[in-house]
Design a protein around this ligand. Structure first.
Ligand code: MCN
Length: 816
């Protein structure tokens, strides 16, 4: 990528789009001037702490709050019985026959995961609030727990929820299906019969059992909220770590029964989210309730351990996957069955993640005629799961790309050539997959070829052979991934169960002096929107980049919004701003024609100048037009003064970025240690607004994907105790753990948005895990190791080598 950063005063309007302009948000972030939620102070501010269940599953008996209430400085102690809120924590995505359990802001009779809130304390000081919460005495009756997604629906599994309706399907008189109590949903996509037939007729099949382990998101800033209630105006102002302030406002209005227009949500600077700050949690609503109840501004900031316990987790799938092929290794079918943990309750978007964001991506980059995917969502005594960078798509591509590698092995084919043979051809777009989605555009071979060049593939295979002779094990792993982002066409989202539209709003206002403020309903929290959005608006309006200000994350300033997740901001938010800018230019053109006494059709617009065709000396700048639009002394008849426009942009389709990542590792079979030798990432995200930002997103995404492949994994014990409850037990990779990576790109525009852009925010996370696992198992081929579940710790690798040696009587590992 051509991504040397350039300073903003070095760019001109012709090249502003596509330049690596320095991120304008960084100076305040790196000099400590940024204001995070926890930095906010109010003179009479109180602090909230939450007493959380210490057990994974327990009945709650008496709760004795007397000692806490008597402590000096305690303002109030509240349990579920004190809360007069009408609403429960809502589920924002409904599937057919979804079992939606009651989820109160505080647990009433039962705690269902370690960390479930039981009481809150409001006190003068933060640590006093926590001490008082610790002084609350709860009479627990411990219950058996279940934490494995598949075991949760076993006959003898302890049930988490009591359903008000008998969960027995009696519609069909012949067959009475008893739904296991811990089953959230039973969902399928694709064609089961056609897929079964493909397997019956297959010349070759491969099968793998795999786990996509539970992950804990680690944004630098934990979740935090500061709420203030104004009794005079009855307004509630909530400053919180949000990826989607308007959505939080809407949901909170229902939960707290406060009119939506009386709630003002602001996301100050937010230190990363990775999906963790999308959901509506009980905590933010509790802070808001406490502010109203006590009449004091109230703040709550999660500790890191509290984040680990109660923030939404990601992944947690147990899967069986199979691939069918003909004699030549052409894929003819794929069959997948997955058990996906929802945790103890349904988080806001949880039901969508292992279904519509997973099953629909199982075709990968391949032309597969028949696919069937069956997913059983289950309740377990663990933190609720929800979106975590990639959300459903890393799980899908892990399945696809593990199968592709195993398929190539079965066929004794080179894994790159196996992929190439099965790619959807360049002229095959738009491509309708058998799992509902239609890919917008793609051209997969050039990305693969670039990646092969970057790692010197042919030489590398020779080198692999040479090293094996020396008893060293080099492995090369491929991941030719696809992803669906730019969420999403509202009509389609509605058909699939979304309880919200997924359009985006953008307001572009040119001020009388010619500078611009542009407002967007997305809410960046590290992605660089202030920079890239200003590039888009500058390009559209022909106004210098430095004269453009971007505003996000404030429900009072921005008309409406759906927020930032699903790598949607560039494709949907950026398109809303581009559309509004185009509307501004249209209006300005009419004014220009009027003022220059020319027909509108004769007015040309380029780089911020309106001129009369054939008479370039007759021209006016867009800034001059803005001034005239506000003076309004001489406007076209009937036209309103001012120069600002709003759009609600609703995309026609998802966008489907893709690419090939190749990991090269060396594995020591005696210690199980893995060393990166190379990592090449070729990503196609359509035209790049800012190549440096794109590169940064790929780096960050790959870091998280490598984290999943090698280091991270949330572990609960059999009682539902989180064993990886802090950074001491949960390995978040550090710089030294991340490979040096080389990035490059191809550019295939999407036909579905005015900028042609596809998202990049999750690409690396979706691509990396299977590149690494495929590389490690490639290295271990002499030992017959075909699969190891993530994270590939040294112990897991060592164990796999030893198990395989035991299984074949020591024949494997022949080279050393
Ligand atoms: N971009 C670009 N050219 C493109 C596509 C995108 O220059 N063709 C730029 C965008 O303008 C934006 C950035 O790349 O500045 C990411 O854009 P996009 O792919 O639209 O993703 P979003 O902005 O919607 O961000 C969401 C995405 C997700 S889903 C997660 S999770 C994630 C991620 O972004 N969390 C992040 N990246 C993160 N980066 C940081 N620093 N912190 C997080 O929490």
């Amino acid at each position: 990528m051509s991504s040397e950063t350039i300073e903003s005063d070095e760019i001109d309007i012709e090249s502003v789009l596509g330049s690596s302009v320095e991120r304008r948000e960084d100076p305040s972030l790196i000099t400590g001037e940024a204001e995070y939620t926890d930095d906010i102070q109010r003179p009479d501010m109180a602090h909230m702490a939450v007493l959380r269940s210490q057990y994974g599953h327990a009945e709650i008996g008496d709760i004795d709050t007397s000692e806490a209430e008597e402590m000096d400085g305690v303002i109030g102690v509240y349990t579920a019985a004190d809360l007069d809120v009408p609403g429960e924590v809502p589920t924002g995505w409904l599937l057919p026959d979804l079992n939606t359990p009651s989820h109160q802001l505080l647990a009433t009779d039962r705690a269902r995961y370690q960390g479930d809130g039981i009481a809150v304390v409001v006190a003068e000081e933060r640590y006093l609030a926590q001490d008082a919460a610790d002084a609350i005495d709860v009479d627990y009756n411990r219950l058996d727990a279940v934490t494995d997604p598949k075991e949760a629906v076993a006959e003898d599994a302890p049930a988490l929820h009591e359903w008000s309706e008998d969960p027995t399907d009696t519609e069909d008189d012949e067959e009475i299906e008893v739904v296991p109590p811990n089953q959230a949903f039973d969902w399928e996509i694709g064609n089961a019969d056609e897929t079964d037939e493909a397997f019956e007729n297959a010349a070759h099949t491969v099968e793998v059992d795999l786990e996509n382990q539970r992950l804990i998101p680690n944004p630098m800033e934990p979740r935090a909220t500061m709420a203030e209630y104004e009794p005079g105006t009855e307004e509630l102002e909530i400053r919180m770590t949000s990826q989607n302030p308007h959505l939080h406002r809407q949901l909170m209005a229902g939960v707290l029964d406060v009119p939506e227009h009386k709630i003002h949500v602001v996301a100050p600077d937010v230190g990363g989210g990775f999906g963790n700050k999308i959901a509506h949690y009980p905590d933010e609503a509790l802070v808001s309730w406490c502010a109203k109840e006590t009449g004091r501004p109230v703040k709550w900031t999660a500790t890191r351990s509290e984040s680990y316990l109660t923030g939404t987790h990601g992944r947690d799938h147990v899967t069986n996957a199979e691939l069918a092929m003909d004699e030549e290794g052409t894929i003819t079918g794929m069959r997948v069955e997955t058990y996906a943990s929802m945790g103890a309750y349904l988080s806001t978007f949880a039901p969508a993640i292992p279904t519509y964001l997973y099953g629909t991506l199982l075709s990968g980059q391949y032309d597969i005629p028949a696919i069937h995917c069956h997913v059983i969502g289950t309740f377990t005594n663990s933190a609720p799961t929800d979106a975590y960078r990639g959300a459903g798509r890393p799980e899908a591509l892990y399945v696809v790309e593990r199968l592709a590698t195993l398929g190539a092995r079965e066929m004794d084919m080179d894994p790159a050539e196996f992929r190439r043979q099965n790619f959807i051809p360049e002229d095959g777009f738009p491509h309708q997959t058998p799992v509902a989605v239609s890919y917008d555009s793609g051209d997969y071979e050039p990305a693969l070829d670039k990646a092969l060049d970057m790692v010197d593939y042919d030489d590398l295979r020779d080198r692999q052979e040479e090293l094996r002779d020396e008893g060293r094990y080099l492995g090369i792993g491929f991941s030719s991934y696809i992803e669906a982002c730019g969420l999403a066409p509202s009509e389609l989202a509605g058909q699939l169960g979304a309880q919200a539209g997924l359009w985006e709003s953008g307001l572009v206002r040119i001020h009388p002096s010619g500078t611009v403020t542009a407002f967007c309903g997305t809410s960046g929290h590290g992605q660089g929107h202030e920079t890239t959005y200003a590039q888009i608006v500058s390009d559209e309006l022909g106004i210098p980049y430095d004269d453009i200000e971007i505003v996000e994350g404030d429900t009072d300033e921005i008309p409406q919004g759906m927020g930032t997740y699903g790598s949607r901001s560039a494709a949907v938010g950026g398109s809303a701003l581009a559309t509004s800018s185009q509307k501004v230019v249209e209006k300005a053109k009419k004014i220009a024609a009027h003022l220059m006494e020319a027909g509108e059709e004769d007015i040309e617009f380029e780089n911020g100048e309106f001129s009369v065709a054939g008479a370039p000396e007759r021209s006016m700048s867009i800034q001059e037009i803005a001034q005239q639009a506000y003076l309004a002394h001489d406007m076209p008849k009937g036209m309103e003064p001012g120069l600002e426009e709003t759009s609600f942009y609703d995309p026609d389709n998802f966008v489907f970025p893709f690419g090939t990542h190749v990991a090269v590792v060396e594995v020591d079979p005696e210690t199980g240690e893995i060393e990166f030798k190379n990592y090449a990432a070729v990503d196609d995200v359509g035209p790049q607004i800012n190549p440096k930002i794109v590169e940064g997103q790929v780096h960050g995404g790959v870091a998280q994907g490598v984290g999943q492949a090698l280091y991270e994994g949330a572990e609960y014990d059999d009682n539902g105790n989180l064993m990886t409850g802090s950074m001491q037990d949960y390995t978040v990779p550090k710089a030294e753990h991340i490979p040096e990576m080389e990035t490059d790109s191809t550019v295939t525009p999407s036909p579905h948005n005015p900028l042609g852009v596809k998202g990049v925010g999750e690409a690396g996370t979706i691509a990396a895990p299977q590149a690494v696992v495929n590389a490690v198992t490639d290295a271990l081929q002499p030992f017959g190791v075909d699969h190891i579940d993530m994270p590939l710790s040294s112990e897991a690798v060592w164990q796999a080598v030893n198990d395989s040696a035991t299984a074949d009587g020591g024949e494997n590992g022949g080279d050393n």
